[in-house]
Design a protein around this ligand. Structure first.
Ligand code: CA
Length: 368
């Protein structure tokens, strides 16, 4: 079977032309009417990744065998490396890889997790990832109200994110700690909590916040520093007792290896940013070999989320639940059978491939 056509499109979820309200999708058409679905990182609507797919990647895929997906990815990553593998190119190749895995599942009549070697669990707990809690975004009380709302979905853990301006480090450390403390009081001593600084702290600021989080019994401290300060992230991880994590802005297996080498013991690569299913499975092997926790970042509600669930399901040692982002308008309108949590668990679909189908009328209505 051969790849016949590669189709890219954005879905515009809200009636505005802001790029932040768009998702970036790819459909790969092969013989026998089989179609694979993929998703790229949606930064700025994923436009840069989709353009690379259209102009630079698709021509190289036509006529290829979908089962050669790993060869195709590595060949194109190296051929196009000067387009910038740290972002748009790796997002484009991630979308292609997910779509080719979806096709492979449909060709072989198996869900992806079976093709990856089988699931350790097909019902996966999740954590509620709650954004916009930084200075000027929410008060202490407002943070607690949002946490209460999200607890209704029965998450296994809660992560509060402080989406502060990266050009203003340490803007409100006392306020950040007050919010962390209020959430701990709200959920009780034993409930798993995480704090995501979204790159908003200096080294000294991160030490202060980290010590406070240790006292409050938080489970992990995510992206305290700028993502490019890999050595400092490692130093922080070695000095603090709380688990320090990073990796959602790592775009190659080698970049994840650098984090591990620096001293991080929990990494968070993202399936729609780096390598797709093939890339994340390579990270899983790297993490297992080094005794490092793999807790993938994932905030795309449907294709990215499902692809991530397939990979998480096949890990023997999954130490933390899967990420579930804030409810958003980008959720589910174009999908026939979107993943939804039931009693705190996502159940993996048993259909071939990813296990999801598009509603064509809705796609036509919302596509750009
Ligand atoms: Ca994060």
């Amino acid at each position: 079977m051969k790849i016949e056509r590669v189709e890219t499109f954005q879905i515009q979820w809200a009636p505005t032309d802001k790029p932040t309200t768009r998702s970036a999708y790819v459909r790969i058409h092969a013989g026998d009417g089989l179609v694979g679905l993929g998703e790229a990182s949606p930064m700025q609507g994923g436009r840069a990744s989709l353009a690379m797919i259209e102009h630079d990647i698709a021509p190289a895929l036509i006529g290829a065998d979908p089962l050669d997906h790993a060869v195709l990815q590595d060949r194109l990553m190296h051929r196009l490396v000067k387009l910038g593998p740290e972002g748009a190119l790796s997002g484009a190749l991630a979308a292609i890889d997910i779509a080719l895995w979806d096709l492979k599942g449909k060709m072989l009549g198996q869900p992806i997790y079976k093709l990856l070697g089988g699931a350790w669990r097909t019902a996966l707990p999740f954590y509620a990832s709650i954004g916009r809690n930084g200075a000027g975004q929410r008060s202490v009380d407002e943070v607690c109200r949002v946490v209460e709302q999200r607890l209704r979905d029965k998450p296994a853990a809660i992560k509060i994110r402080f989406d502060n301006d990266r050009t203003e480090p340490d803007r409100d450390i006392p306020g950040d700690i007050a919010k962390a403390r209020a959430v701990r009081r709200l959920v009780g001593d034993d409930f798993p909590l995480a704090f995501d600084a979204n790159n908003g702290l200096s080294f000294g600021g991160a030490m202060r916040v980290g010590r406070a989080l240790e006292e409050l019994g938080y489970w992990w401290f995510e992206e305290p520093l700028q993502h490019y300060h890999v050595r400092d992230l490692g130093m922080l991880a070695r000095q603090l007792d709380i688990t320090v994590s990073a990796g959602e802005q790592s775009y190659t297996t080698a970049a994840v290896a650098d984090l591990i080498d620096a001293g991080l013991r929990m990494v968070q690569p993202d399936i729609v940013k780096m390598g797709g299913i093939t890339g994340l499975m390579r990270c899983a092997a790297l993490c297992q070999a080094h005794g490092v926790e793999l807790v993938p970042h994932q905030t795309q509600p449907t294709i990215g989320h499902l692809a991530n669930l397939h990979v998480c399901a096949v890990q023997a040692q999954a130490t933390k639940p899967c990420e579930l982002d804030d409810p958003s308008t980008r959720r589910h309108a174009i999908f026939r059978n979107p993943p939804k949590p039931v009693d705190g668990l996502f159940h993996l679909p048993t259909e071939a491939g990813l296990g999801i189908a598009l509603i064509e009328d809705e796609v036509s209505r919302l596509r750009v």
